[in-house]
Design a protein around this ligand. Structure first.
Ligand code: FES
Length: 901
């Protein structure tokens, strides 16, 4: 008995939101969902305030479609307005597709980084190569940033902007920056030739997801050249908060001239008891005590056994050198956060390192980014004007002790490109923790299953052999686009559930600092709406709908990051794959920490009242509750996998081939046989069978058993490995379509027969010679109670054929010492399919009715009026396959609650 997995909800309506600036965005909206709710969940912020039909803020005009206007008061929408077609998206629900005119521009509907006016208060040359710039802004109260973030400064007298990290702490009144001087560079020219206190300029920001996460674990700070700036901001922040967190700084530069802020570092270290530091210069002519790269100064005592966070700001080769250094030592820090800068070059599919490990310092000046840049990570404008002098810096950067270490990078004079190729960026973007992450989907539905042929879902992917993430859950951490900054974070243990939530918590606390006390009433209204939208899916400590909770929970958490107006933070959050992780782990979950949805509401309340301390506490507690919920779901899922009944040793030493083993009845049968000592060969057309075979210490065979070649290959593989087959369990099969017989095409009839009859015929034919040769063997076929059933006649016929094979083959082979028996499962409750059956899911009302009719008939003809379990099906199959059934052959055993088929 089979049900398709994914049924597209054709009751969803399309709603076009047409904004005043001509932008139109499309959302889908369920008939019982308000347009505002659907809009916010799909990350489109429309005007909102009361969310309750009381204020009129959301008023829009409906250009087409049918809807239920919902309940509201006259003050919000008068009868005349309603008559004209005005609507309140916070109250209305769609009855058809809609087109709504939204009284706002799309730009207003999302937050953006702000532009601040500023005055230069100091310009200081710190060394022959490096200067500091200090600014003051009258809007200082409006500017919140995290230690490690950067801004884009408009260079006075030019059209150019350049990106610089703050070296000052977020609580300091003045804003300071470190800038490497590059002759001919626009900022360098300005600073060296024209800049003076009192100059006016503007900057935009803050940007970046490189910032100090709050946690107690020790930190290793690695600064290359003027990459010291964000590290200084981090240290100053730690000092301001009275941090006792152990920290070690290693500061590396190219030449003695690049060493700056040494007194500042010395003073910071002196004022904090757990902060130590060291520095090195790569130039062999240096007078510094340490010559070389930062990696040469990393000692075991700085690494705290791996339980530390590494913060690195420097050029790409430095990041790669440190990463390689750790990899060579087999060392994985708990968190590795970096900000690196790429040279502007012609894209090259086989890029080479651009500069020496501690590089040229003023990355911001040297490596601006192209004008038309889709990557939100980079904000600088214009092609580099500093191209001519870059070559010199690069050359210097490649030298260590007078020797060239890194190959030279060829660049074009026009600049505007990246060291990394787009392909490489995509590759990096799709990894977290150094592992490539692709994705599977979960839909949270349950289905009936009778053990069937499997077809791989092309989207099903995993991490470390486990399905982890949903396709829509992961976004590139680094956009596959040219140029400039690259910010990233890696967590080797991110695939472990707790680490995912810890990383989310760290990012959320950062997002909180940027947003609390700064949100508009509309933003708060949207935040509350999203908090409320998760509530219906949890009742006490039970999930009403875990999949819907996961969806609404993700929209809630996303929103805080989108409110920062900082795409980097949003990307960093999405790259953690929290949603995909929850989709996988909560797929069959029933228990939820009862505070989870209340946390969402309370967090919004804390934001509404600007109560930072409470919001912080709740975010931390909520992460803890998320961990507990997913841990419990994973434990429950593990327990569910264990067979409920086991007869120890029943299959000791027997070679058992199970077909269609990747999921459902085949998988459960394989689990039981493994637990009872069998040597398994697991055949399936899906490579998912490999994971199961590994888990059960069996041998996987990927083959299409609908073909003779596939069946022969599967049997040959088993014989090659074990020299014999004691038991063959033919489990492949399953209805593809559900509809009256007159609706089947000839091709569909043939497909059903191929799937549910030919697979068993072929595999029996392939395996019998080896069995008869030994004068012993057992074949158990999986038939179906659907030999008497509606709306899958070709499948019923195929299963009738299985019964005929069973009876006749038993007759023919009895004298060869071979038993042939079968079970006939009825409706069986199984987890959601991971592999689609191949047909089209029912979409129209008619198709759904046909589909439902076969379910109704299945229940009706079962005397017990329920579905069976996988354990109940596996019990009958393994009994017939075992020596306990040695006097049973030619028999079909119905396992269908009294339905005899
Ligand atoms: S009427 Fe207040 S938000 Fe819709």
């Amino acid at each position: 008995m089979n049900h398709p997995v994914a049924q597209q909800d054709s009751s969803q309506h399309q709603v076009a939101l047409s904004f005043e600036d001509g932008v139109t965005r499309f959302i889908t909206c369920a008939p019982d969902q308000t347009v505002a709710d659907a809009s916010y969940r799909q990350r489109i912020n429309i005007p909102l305030d009361c969310r309750d039909g009381a204020c009129g803020t959301c008023k829009a005009f409906c250009e087409s479609g049918d809807y239920d206007g919902g309940t509201y008061i006259d003050d919000a929408l008068t009868a005349d307005e309603a008559e004209e077609g005005y609507v309140l998206p916070c109250s209305m629900t769609p009855k058809s597709d809609l087109v709504l005119r939204i009284a706002s521009t799309s730009a207003v509907a999302k937050t953006q980084a702000a532009t601040f006016p500023a005055t230069v208060t100091a310009v200081e040359r710190l060394s022959p190569t490096t200067m500091s710039l200090t600014l003051k802004t009258p809007d200082r109260d409006e500017l919140a940033f995290l230690p490690g973030q950067y801004v884009n400064i408009a260079v006075p007298g030019t059209e150019a902007t350049r990106s610089y990290s703050f070296s000052s702490a977020p609580d300091e009144e003045e804003l300071s920056f470190l800038i490497k001087i590059t002759p001919g560079g626009v900022m360098s020219d300005y600073l060296t030739e024209r800049a003076k206190p009192g100059d006016e300029l503007t900057f935009t920001g803050p940007h970046g997801s490189f910032f100090l996460r709050e946690a107690g674990r020790p930190v290793l700070l690695l600064a290359g050249g003027t990459g010291l700036a964000p590290i200084l901001s981090i240290l100053r922040t730690m000092r301001a908060s009275g941090s006792t967190r152990p920290a070690h700084l290693i500061y590396g530069v190219t030449t003695d001239d690049d060493l700056v802020e040494m007194d500042t570092v010395r003073q910071l270290a002196a004022e904090m008891e757990n902060v130590t530091w060291d520095y090195c210069v790569s130039d062999s002519a240096s007078t510094a005590p340490n010559k070389g790269y930062v990696t040469t100064l990393i000692r075991d005592e700085h690494l705290h056994g791996g339980d530390l966070a590494v913060y690195l700001c420097g050029p790409p080769p430095m990041v790669e050198a440190v990463r390689k250094h750790f990899a060579d030592d087999g060392f994985e820090p708990t968190g590795f956060y970096y900000e690196k800068f790429a040279l502007a070059t012609t894209p090259d599919p086989t890029p080479e390192p651009a500069a020496g490990p501690e590089g040229e310092g003023s990355f911001h000046e040297n490596f601006p980014t192209p004008t038309t840049h889709p990557n939100p990570i980079t904000e600088s404008e214009g092609v580099p004007e500093t191209v001519p002098e870059l070559g010199e810096n690069v050359t210097e950067g490649r030298r260590l002790a007078g020797q060239e270490i890194f190959p030279r990078v060829e660049r074009t004079a026009s600049g505007g490109g990246v060291v990394r190729s787009v392909a490489e960026d995509i590759d990096v973007a799709s990894r977290v923790a150094g592992q490539r992450i692709w994705v599977g989907t979960g839909n949270g539905t349950r289905e009936l299953d009778a053990g069937e042929g499997l077809r791989e879902n092309a989207e099903a992917r995993g991490i470390a052999g486990q399905q982890v993430l949903a396709a829509e859950a992961i976004e590139p951490l680094v956009a596959p686009a040219p140029g400039g900054y690259e910010i990233g974070e890696e967590h080797p243990s991110v695939h472990e559930s707790d680490a995912v939530f810890e990383a989310r918590q760290a990012l959320e606390l950062g997002a909180l600092e940027l947003t609390i006390g700064r949100l508009t009433s509309q933003q708060l209204a949207g935040y509350r709406l999203l908090a409320e939208s998760a509530v219906p899916y949890v009742d006490g400590d039970r999930f009403v709908d875990a999949a819907a909770y996961t969806e609404t929970n993700a929209a809630f958490h996303d929103y805080l990051f989108s409110l920062t107006g900082n795409e980097h933070l949003l990307q960093a959050y999405r790259a953690l794959g929290v949603k995909g992780h929850m989709e996988t782990t909560l797929r069959n979950a029933t228990w939820c920490d009862p505070r989870c949805t209340q946390d969402h509401l309370d967090i919004v309340t804390a934001f509404e009242s600007g109560d930072r301390a409470t919001a912080r506490r709740l975010i931390v507690e909520h992460a803890e509750r998320s961990k507990v919920t997913t841990r419990r779901a994973m434990a429950d899922a593990e327990a569910a996998k264990r067979p409920r009944f086991i007869t120890p040793g029943r299959f000791d030493g027997k070679v058992v081939v199970v077909t269609g083993a990747a999921q459902g009845i085949g998988e459960q049968t394989a689990r039981r046989i493994a637990a009872e000592g069998g040597e398994l060969v697991l055949a399936d057309r899906s490579s998912l069978v490999e994971g199961l075979a590994e888990e059960l210490s069996g041998h996987p065979v990927t083959a299409d058993l609908e073909t003779w070649d596939g069946a022969e290959a599967a049997v040959a593989a088993a014989l090659a490995r074990h020299g014999r087959i004691d038991v063959l369990i033919n489990n492949v099969g399953g209805a593809i379509w559900f509809k009256p017989f007159t609706e089947f095409t000839p091709e569909q009839i043939e497909a059903e027969i191929r799937r549910s009859l030919m697979t068993t015929l072929f595999t029996c034919r392939a395996a019998l010679p080896a069995m008869t040769g030994r004068g012993q063997g057992v074949i158990v076929n999986v038939s179906s109670a659907a030999t008497r059933g509606v709306h899958r006649i070709p499948y019923s016929a195929a299963k009738g054929g299985i019964n005929a094979i069973t009876a006749s083959l038993a007759l023919e082979c009895a004298e060869s010492g071979i038993r042939v028996a079968a079970t006939a499962p009825g409706g069986t409750d199984a987890p959601p399919r991971r592999i689609p059956r191949g047909g089209t899911p029912p979409e129209t009302d008619q198709e759904k009715a046909w589909f439902q009719a076969h379910i109704d008939q299945t229940l009706e003809t079962s005397l017990m009026k329920r579905y069976g379990t996988l354990d109940e099906q596996a019990a009958a199959i393994t009994f017939l396959a075992s020596d306990e059934a040695s006097y049973i052959t030619g028999t079909v055993l119905p396992v269908a609650g009294g339905d005899l088929g």
